[in-house]
Each structure stands twice: as C-alpha cells, then as structure tokens.
Design a protein around this ligand. Structure first.
Ligand SMILES: [Ca+2]
Length: 474
C-alpha cells in the first residue's frame, strides 16, 4: 500500500520529538532594534536631506508602515512594553530609571516564547534600555562591543551644545560598538543552525552623542543643512502639560543662544547615515545567507526625536516627532515587495505578530493585535489608532487623519494631519471635532497603574533633565 520512501519517512518522523519537527518548519527571525531613530528615513519623506539607502532598500523588499508609533516615547518603557507585550500602564514602567525586571516575569518576554518554541535566541547590543538582559531568556547574548577609544576629530569645535552632544570622530567604522554588534549578527547569519533562530540586533546610533566617523559628517556639508519646519508661535495653543514636556527654556534656548542648531541637525543626519550603513551590512548578510527565504525581518525604532520642532529637543513628548518611528516588516511568502501600509499601528503589535508568523501561541498577557492581515494586504481594514503613553494618564492616539493627545490634567491637543502634518494648529477646543475626540478616546488603555519608583541612575524626563545627558551618552 505504501511506497518504500513513504514508510521510511513515517518511521523517521515517529522517532523525532514532536517539538523538533515543528520547529524545523518555523521561520527564522531577524529583529533589528534602532535607538532614537525618528522618521528621518528617506522613504518616509519627512526630511529630504536624510540618506538611508539601506533602510529604504529593506522597505522596498517588504512592507513599511508610514504611521507607526511607539508605545512610549522613551527608551526604557518603549522597549519594556515591546518586549513584554504589556503597555506602560499595565506594568508601571513609564520612564527611564524605572526597573522593568521586578514587574515583568521571565515567562512574559518575547524571547522566552521563542526559546520555549525550540528556537535559538541570540541577542546583541541594545535591545532593552542599558542593554540589560537576563539569563534564561537568551541562548547567547553578545555584550562585548566596547573597548575602542573613540576620539573627536580635530575639526570638531567641541562635543556639542549643553546636553545635545555632536561632533565627528577620528575613528574608523570598525571601532564603533554598533559595527561589532552587527558583525556578531553576520557571524550568526553565516553559521549553520540546527534549530530556527531568533536574532536580535540592537543598534545604538543615532542615539546621542551624534558622533560617528567624519566621513558621515562630510556627506552633509553644513552650508547645505536646512532646519526642520517649525513655527515660532507653535506653543501658543499647547496646554500647560504639553509646555512642560516641551521645556523651551531648556535645550532649545541654549541651542538658539549658541547659533549651532544646524550643526546639531548635521550631526543627527550623519549619525543616521552611519546607522543606515550598519543596517545595510545586516541586509547584505541576510541576502547572502542560506536563510534569506525563510527569515522574517522586523526593523523598528524605539521612538522619535525632536530637533527644535515645538521648541523641543529629544523624545519625552507625545507629538509626531517623538512618537512616530520607522517600522518595516519582511515576511517571506506573506509580504509583497514595495508594500506601503498607511494604517496606524503601534509597537504593541510586534510581539503578537512575531508569535503569529512563527506559529507560536500568543500568551494571554500580551496586549496588541497581530498585523498579519496588513502584511498580507497593506490596504486591509484596520479600525484602531496607534496609542502612545508618556507618564501616567497621558496618551496620544494617532489615526490615519488625526493625532489626539489627552493629558492627565485634562489638557488636550488635536491635529488634522491632512491639513497640518507638523501639528501646528491645535483643534481640540473646536466643538465640531467633539465626536473625533470621543471616537479616539475609546482606545484609552484600561490599565493605568501607578508609576514604579525611580531606582536606577538616570532621571528620564524628570526635573533634572540636564542629567539625562549621562544616560544619553551610553
Ligand atoms: Ca501649535
């Protein structure tokens, strides 16, 4: 009745433990986390000066999300939320300095799900804030990327303006920690694997200091640099809670006084270009590997960055510049090249979607829907806004047309992105938009637990924001 090769196959499969035969069918995952990269990537069109050919190439290979927003506009809570599947209001991790480890069990994290499903889980660089990682959640973690002494190039005047640090380096690319982290990833892509792998590569640049080898600065001559669009009176219609986040008397006042705003923009563009080169090395490594056709790729930035828009610098706010990030997916057999998805999604979708694509059960604690339907068809129906939280009870809701911000003290902002992509005119008090606000506020996260105490060294966006500089330097 059975042909011989069928019988042999039946015997062999009966001897192999079930989890292995299932694991063998699973896709690999290349998970690329980028620190402080805002929407200044070429294909998103926000800043025509930026040069990101490799990130744009990855976008062209899969689906890019043009309205992706982080769960929290700060490194630590953004990453804790993404990696745990739980929003800031569920864990109490709202800012830097709040330790996620006591409130997020090892059983809850994304990497644990992949380990339990039979994957090898490799990590390198900055996946969690401060590159924190726990034993038992990774097969192997590469954290030896330091060691080279980085030196400002003699052409640098100094290391920047106050807490905003920038200046070219004398070093070659190979001295940069990110270069070594990517090299680790390339080794894994060249290796033979007896199990599917989950490879998490955390690139720290363009995080401050905006200091990378001088050749990247030379790509952006200072005389060609243009400031991002901004309005002098932009804060006049922003409520007090928003003003507190903008802190125009801080970095921005200092930057204006220095007359060096364009130099800071140049430094950020240069540092993005360096980051892009590292992403290019990874994409080339994947394309040259035997895993190119069975590896899911997701590239995400942990939050955005202001460079003077709304008189604000850094993240720590709920506007477009701070909340929007690049998000690119490549899923062989599912995504089609050149996909552009304009649906608003936030980073709470990443955990769920990775489990979904790998056929791993989605744990009950995980918040956020899978975007498999959008990967298959970027125009598929989607009824949810992207939600971003910064400190307790402050939420931003981004739909295809609107950004609506609710602050804990009742302050509100509403921007019409069809008419006002830079969020200059706050429409929250206009009664004709009452129903727009009501529709979006339905998506307010239900849990808004108290903030965890600050137990770690850096101060996040607290009163001593200047001290963030030390955190920014890591
Ligand atoms: Ca305004």
């Amino acid at each position: 009745m059975f042909k011989l090769h069928t019988i042999v196959w039946m015997v062999v499969t009966s001897l192999v433990p079930a989890f292995q035969s299932r694991a063998a069918d699973k896709p690999n995952v290349l998970f690329i986390a980028i620190d402080d990269l805002n929407h200044w990537v070429g294909h998103l069109g926000r800043n025509p000066q930026t040069r990101t050919p490799h990130i744009d190439r990855l976008a062209e290979m899969g689906v890019t999300f043009t309205r992706a927003n982080c769960a929290a506009p700060v490194c630590n809570p953004s990453r804790a939320a993404l990696m745990s599947g739980m929003r800031p209001g569920t864990t109490g991790v709202y800012d830097n300095g709040q330790d996620w480890k006591p409130v997020i069990g090892k059983d809850k994290t994304l990497t644990t799900q992949f380990l339990n499903a039979g994957y090898n889980v490799f990590g390198a660089g900055k996946i969690y804030h401060g590159s924190a990682h726990r034993d038992g959640e990774w097969t192997e973690y590469f954290d030896k990327s330091g060691g080279s002494k980085l030196t400002l190039h003699p052409s640098a005047k100094d290391d920047g303006v106050g807490g905003i640090k920038f200046g070219p380096l004398s070093n070659p690319d190979e001295d940069m920690p990110d270069y070594k982290v990517v090299s680790y990833g390339l080794e894994k892509l060249r290796a033979e694997h007896d199990k599917p792998f989950f490879l998490a590569i955390g690139i720290v640049k363009p995080h401050m200091p905006f200091s990378v080898p001088k050749k990247y600065f030379d790509m952006f001559p200072l005389e060609t640099i243009e400031l991002p669009p901004y309005r002098e009176d932009d804060l006049s219609d922003v409520p007090p809670s928003g003003l507190k986040m903008a802190r125009p008397e801080g970095d921005h006042a200092q930057m204006l006084k220095s007359g060096r705003w364009k130099e800071a923009v140049q430094g950020y563009l240069a540092t993005i270009a360096f980051c892009d080169a590292q992403v290019g090395r990874l994409i080339n490594g994947l394309n040259d590997s035997e895993y190119r056709d069975n590896t899911v790729v997701v590239l995400w930035g942990d939050h955005g960055w202001h460079l003077g828009e709304k008189h604000h610098w850094r993240k720590f706010a709920l506007w477009e510049e701070a909340a929007r990030t690049p998000l690119i997916w490549l899923a062989p057999g599912l995504t089609k090249a050149g996909g552009v998805c304009e649906r608003p999604v936030d980073h709470m979708t990443i955990y769920t979607t990775l489990c979904d694509l790998a056929g791993i059960p989605i744990p009950a604690h995980v918040e956020g829907p899978s975007i498999r339907s959008l990967l298959a068809n970027p125009n598929a129906v989607w009824d949810q806004p992207a939600v971003t939280t910064f400190h307790r009870y402050n939420h931003s809701f981004r739909s295809e047309t609107w950004r609506y911000i609710q602050y804990a003290d009742g302050g509100e902002e509403l921007y019409d992105h069809n008419a006002d992509p830079y969020e200059w005119e706050n429409l929250a008090d206009d009664s004709q938009f009452t129903s727009v606000k009501a529709g979006l506020s339905k998506w307010t996260p239900k849990k808004n637990v108290a903030e965890l105490p600050r137990t770690q060294g850096d101060k996040g966006a607290g009163k001593k924001q200047r001290k963030v500089a030390s955190e920014e330097r890591q």
